[in-house]
Unconditional design. Structure first.
Lengths: 215, 200
């Protein structure tokens, strides 16, 4: 009897949420189709209609890659209409979402790619972090970016940098990324090693030696 | 596999576990190619791969092979010849940071260390030797494996930021292989090597 009730409750819950899940799937499919429609409108020269469709996609879409692609095509459409200021606004939005993105030559003409790259240089800078020893984990504004040596592009602004490696005190500082420039940072984590680390290492070494001998 | 019991098995499980954790944890930072000689006048070549598991504590995997045999264990009978040696060991080296001593901070390029480890090796690589049965009647290379503990120390002198030389001395103590009737053995090894890595 209890099992039956539990089963019915589960069925009810699933029945309530499944339609929502399928609705989400449908919505994603819709925005994808809408974006493709916008691109087709652009290609057939119906720029005004294409702009309306791209605006609609941006309101509805939750997929990051789709949003970025929409911004790019939005900018591309304005670019084709020779409204460069408006094109720049959309391109900036795309770059902020994905500072390291590049445009494919087979998808966009050279003049727009050049326009895009110029806009990118105005918005992003390059950060190059090296540490001694290397392979330290890098966190920028609480988001992990990888291990040193690390090269990454970021929108121009201030960030909180944290570099962490096991056995060393973490290194933290505020950095400022300037557009169209490379910011090199060299961190000597060894300055954080001290007698405390050595004593700890000695204890571990002693423990391993004694343990190995006793087995 | 009666031989795989008791102390032997516990040691192997311990070091296998340590090895797996180490392989997961370290990123090989030091490679050393070395040549050496032993107290029994055998010569050897070897390679050591190491990585820091903690500041000042490095784990090394060391593989060693005799190039000139140990004449005291040589025999014309292939089954009795134990003059060769091929061994692998897992060692922990504790680097001594002399540069942390006041006024010695310029000596960062010199890194003395002490070392302890555990390994195993074979004194003959021929199938005739492996086919010799032990006291239990068992054959195979497992029955001939000589375990050993290594203790020693050395000095690394970095000539550039990534390239240096290493002087190493260690004592390899092998307990007797009772079921084969082999007595305990001690090899004191001195070697000189080229080290690619850093002292930090």
């Amino acid at each position: 009897m209890k099992r039956g009730i539990v089963f019915l409750v589960l069925l009810f819950v699933l029945g309530t949420f499944l339609p929502s899940f399928s609705q989400i799937q449908e919505k994603q499919k819709d925005t994808k189709q809408l974006l493709e429609k916008g691109i087709d409108l652009y290609r057939s020269g119906e720029y005004e209609e294409a702009i309306k469709v791209f605006s609609e996609v941006l309101k509805l879409s939750v997929d990051k890659n789709e949003i970025i692609r929409t911004y790019v095509y939005f900018g591309y459409t304005y670019f084709a209409m020779n409204e460069l200021d408006k094109a720049l606004v959309q391109v900036y939005e795309a770059i902020k979402q994905s500072p390291e993105m590049t445009l494919k030559e087979e998808e966009f003409p050279a003049d727009f790619i050049k326009f895009f790259d110029t806009a990118k240089n105005q918005v992003v800078g390059t950060l190059f972090i090296e540490s001694t020893p290397d392979r330290a984990r890098v966190w920028i504004d609480k988001k992990e970016f990888g291990a040193t040596p690390l090269k990454t592009q970021l929108p121009a602004q201030r960030y909180h940098l944290r570099v962490v490696k096991g056995g060393y005190s973490p290194h933290e500082e505020t950095i400022e990324i300037r557009s169209d420039s490379i910011i090199p940072i060299k961190i000597d984590l060894n300055k954080k090693k001290n007698w405390k680390s050595f004593v700890l290492s000695s204890l571990i070494f002693g423990a391993i030696t004694v343990l190995a001998k006793s087995i | 596999m009666a031989i795989l019991g008791g102390v032997f098995l516990r040691r192997w499980i311990f070091f296998l576990g340590l090895f797996l954790i180490t392989v997961a944890a370290i990123e090989a930072e030091d490679i050393t190619l070395y040549a050496g000689t032993t107290s029994s006048k055998a010569r050897c070549l070897g390679v050591s791969l190491g990585g820091d598991v903690f500041p000042y504590l490095q784990c090394q995997i060391d593989v060693l092979k005799f190039t000139k045999k140990d004449s005291s264990l040589f025999s014309d009978i292939p089954e009795e010849n134990r003059s060769d040696f091929l061994g692998a060991s897992l060692n922990f080296a504790l680097r001594l940071p002399i540069y942390l001593i006041p006024h010695l901070d310029r000596l960062r390029f010199i890194a003395p260390y002490v070392l302890a480890g555990y390994g195993a090796g074979l004194e003959n690589l021929s199938t005739a030797y492996f086919d010799v049965p032990n006291a239990d009647g068992k054959t195979g290379f497992i029955t001939k494996l000589r375990q050993y503990h290594s203790y020693g120390g050395g000095l690394i002198v970095m000539l550039t930021s990534r390239f240096g030389v290493k002087f190493d001395y260690r004592s390899m103590n092998m307990p007797g292989l009772v079921k084969m009737g082999y007595p305990s053995r001690k090899l004191n090894r001195f070697s000189f090597g080229i080290c690619i890595g850093s002292t930090d």
